[in-house]
Design a protein around this ligand. Structure first.
Ligand SMILES: [Zn+2]
Ligand SMILES: [Zn+2]
Length: 497
């Protein structure tokens, strides 16, 4: 997921959030990566059985929780002292969703792609767990995922109902039935609200309670790995923030038995912790070694690239892993998030792109898929799958395609998990593929071409930002890290990616 720090987000945060909507649907049957741009017609739609029921989890996934919402939104159980800042109205409205057609509903019974058996690389995606954690298993199966991520509860609310025993039992049953090893290949993603590095006592307590609750849910579900964001310094000195994070983690580990909190590498934007690998080394130094077997790191390819690491060239990729091993230790590597990057290397922008279409390019993922040290780790796609549906052929049931009063129909999007189904197969096909051969070169070129326009747009934004920063430097001492510059605030163009 995005490097969405619990601090006031820059415009790019809202931009990136749109890339992270995820859900499950059906309809796309063309799975050849070479034809991935030829999208299927509007038989593709949402997984959720009814908009109203799935509303909540769908919204969680879709919309960027802004700080004002996150930290000031009052809840029934945890009243805030300050009156909430009513910013919701000003925020981007919830992305409009298209309704599924009858065809969509029928197609739901049919997997988009069969899972590839016998691989040592376990690729999947962050799927919907709407209406119960056990639904994630079906959703992963549908796209041919051999690993998957999910939210264990709403990632936008502090108060959530407890995990139901029935849901827990169903999760265990389906994992066994479908052959998912929950202790290895299921990687829940933590709440966006939680910042364990938080300096505010009350907020810290709240964050810890939510974090611990998630860890306990993992243990109830037989899940060993739990991915979360290292958090934000909130403009306090980094060593102090790391000390707070280390203390929280140590406490959480002592209060649980088996689950391994896995810290995600971040893009290094603003006050976000976890851009530089050295920050994980410094964090680990603050956690008693007896607990080290219960701490993990998840490499997010988009984030680490945006933070400045070269993962594209085989040499750069090798150097990155060497640095990881030297600073942290490869044994701490427990998972990967596989995302291409719309923004250039070092841009510190968290904008996920589809595999092979971004600045990382297909070569980076060839590196990943052929790295023996990644075998048996969960590899999770968080790539964009939203698109505007094409009007249903029969015109029936396809309300999404019909203009509504005062609304532009073009704004309605559907999540098309067929994209993930194709990306999983694409990634798996890279195992053992000759990167100098014609097959790879053709694929690489085609995907690169698909993303060219977007890369040019983001490259241009990046250059303007760098230029503005240099001008500012020339004028006088720059602002402290984390303070938003005018350029920071202006660089987002408001367009959703
Ligand atoms: Zn994330
Ligand atoms: Zn991200």
């Amino acid at each position: 997921m995005c490097c969405q720090s619990p601090e006031p987000p820059a415009r790019e945060d809202s931009e990136s959030k749109g890339t992270h909507k995820r859900n499950l649907s059906n309809g796309a049957s063309e799975l050849s990566p070479a034809r991935r741009s030829k999208r299927q017609k509007a038989t593709v739609s949402l997984k959720e059985q009814s908009d109203s029921e799935a509303e909540e989890s769908e919204t969680e996934i879709t919309v960027a929780p802004k700080k004002e919402e996150k930290e000031n939104k009052p809840t029934s159980k945890t009243p805030q002292k300050k009156s909430p800042i009513k910013k919701e109205a000003k925020e981007d409205p919830k992305p409009k969703k298209a309704r599924k057609t009858k065809k969509d509903q029928e197609a739901e019974a049919t997997p988009l792609a069969p899972r590839t058996k016998g691989l040592r690389m376990f690729v999947g995606a962050h799927v919907s767990a709407a209406k119960g954690v056990f639904n994630s298993i079906h959703n992963s199966e549908q796209i041919g995922g051999n690993a998957f991520a999910l939210f264990l509860k709403s990632q936008r609310k502090w108060d959530n109902p407890a995990l139901q025993d029935e849901h827990r039992d169903q999760f265990h049953k389906l994992c066994a039935e479908k052959g998912y090893d929950a202790s290895k290949h299921v990687l829940p993603h933590g709440s966006y609200l939680v910042n364990l590095a938080q300096s505010d006592k009350a907020k810290s307590k709240q964050a810890y309670a939510s974090f611990l609750d998630d860890l306990r849910r993992c243990e109830a579900l037989g899940i060993k790995l739990y991915n979360f964001h290292p958090g934000s310094t909130n403009q306090t000195p980094l060593p102090e923030a790391l000390a707070r994070l280390a203390e929280m983690l140590t406490q959480a580990i002592t209060e649980t038995k088996t689950v391994i909190p896995v810290l995600e590498t971040m893009c290094g934007h603003g006050n976000t912790i976890g851009g530089a690998l050295s920050e994980f080394r410094d964090l680990l130094a603050l956690i008693p070694t007896e607990h080290h077997s219960r701490i993990g790191i998840c490499i997010d390819t988009c984030h680490s690239f945006a933070a400045g690491y070269d993962l594209s060239s085989p040499e750069g990729f090798k150097a990155f892993l060497t640095e990881f091993d030297e600073l942290i230790g490869i044994k701490f590597l427990r998972a990967l998030h596989l995302n291409d990057s719309k923004a250039p290397r070092g841009s510190k922008r968290d904008l996920h792109a589809n595999i092979g279409t971004g600045f990382l390019g297909l070569r980076a993922f060839h590196n990943v898929m052929n790295e023996p040290r990644f075998e048996d780790l969960p590899m999770v796609l968080e790539t964009p799958i939203d698109r505007v549906p094409v009007k249903d052929e029969e015109g029936s049931d396809s309300e999404s395609a019909k203009p509504k009063k005062g609304k532009k129909p073009a704004a309605a999007t559907v999540a098309d998990p067929g994209v993930w189904a194709r990306e999983i197969k694409l990634l798996e096909s890279l195992i053992g593929m000759d990167p100098e051969g014609e097959e790879f070169k053709t694929l690489e070129k085609k995907l690169s071409e698909e993303g060219r326009g977007e890369r040019e747009r983001l490259q241009d934004q990046h250059e303007r930002k760098v230029e503005a920063e240099e001008k500012k430097k020339a004028k006088g001492p720059g602002k402290a890290k984390g303070q938003k510059s005018l350029m920071d605030m202006m660089k987002g163009d408001g367009k959703k990616d």
